[in-house]
Design a protein around this ligand. Sequence first.
Ligand code: IMP
Length: 420
Amino acid sequence: MAGIVIVGLQWGDEGKGKITDYFASQADCVVRYQGGNNAGHTIVIGEKKYKLHLIPSGVLQNKKVVIGNGVVVDPAVLLKEIEMLRQHNIEPDLMVSDRANVIMPFHRMLDGAEETLLGSKKVGTTKRGIGPCYSDKIARRGIRMHDLLNEEEFREKMERIMPIKQRILEVYGLEKIDEEKLIEEYLAYGKELGKYIGDTIYFLNSIIDEKEVLFEGAQGTLLDIDYGTYPFVTSSNPVTGGICTGAGISPKKIKRIIGVAKAYVTRVGMGPMPTEEKGKIGDFLAEKGGEIGTTTGRRRRCGWIDLVALKYACMINGVDEIALTKLDVLDGLEEIKVCIAYEYEGKEITNFPSSIKILEKCKPVYDTLPGWDGVKGKKKYDELPLNARKYVEYISDWLKTSIGVISTGPAREDTIKMES
Ligand code: IMP
């Protein structure tokens, strides 16, 4: 037994929640290793739709779920999510890393204030305080989950960091924080969450050789702080490498990497997106695909599949197989475009550029394939329309990566598992 990874290959929202839910049935434990409640996973089971932001989707299969040290945790959000699950008669078997950094109110305030100051040059963050929390972690002034369990230590840490925070809030023109109230509030979270907080690193390493552990990525490769379209990225490493640092697992323990890609592309927030379609096609994909953000309610930008970016993502993550999602959304289109190169200053390039200034100037070079109808709800590969199969095979051949799973609708059952 070993680690299996579900990782996003585009700008997030690839449908990882559904794919994780699908693979979770075989797993013993599901782990988040980065990000925070900027993520939004929608999982449809029967008539019910669940929206999870922090707790790994495997919780819906009653699996052990772990929030790793690389995650940033907003305790109020975590408590709300636990409560929501209880209302659905799910008692989460949850463990939260004592090393995970805590999102504090000033992180959310500063996230919003920085975005406002950046004006039209903003990142378009989820304003959940993710960037400021990771900044404090790296600057060695973060609060970690274990700090909430010990009043003396917590007070000591707060005494150390609050003068800096109050000063920064003042510079930003934000209201001063009532420190005592804040300390009381977070100590109360510690009391409520205490039974879940523990050393997830020892726990995960104690089970990974015997049990199947599923690592659930949030966001996607093109939003990765190192590999994405910097600075229009999130502040963590969603890529598979992030598992080692975000969960304390050796790369040797990871045996299977499933990359999740939508049959088209979407992105929320700002930043370059070479295949974006602003007209009719964009509207068609947004409407049919229900492309409204789970976390912020913002409409996602939509466009054709970008194989240059996907190939780059497959390389960085070492993808063994792709789970291709939302293929049914393309039902009814006469023709479908596939981006196979970028044109930059009169030349064709096939490497994903590191500079967004270059990426912004890249024009997609397309191959056009015939469309189809009737993918929705299909459960077997043979039942797919011929042109849809040709599309799947085109992508697989081009990326030299097999497609292991195809999603043909939002429900758990609308899934094709390919024979290997
Ligand atoms: P942050 O993660 O809130 O700092 O936002 C940084 C960028 O990542 C913004 O463009 C967000 O829209 C984007 N982002 C963050 N989380 C997600 C996600 O789960 N799906 C898609 N985009 C996300």
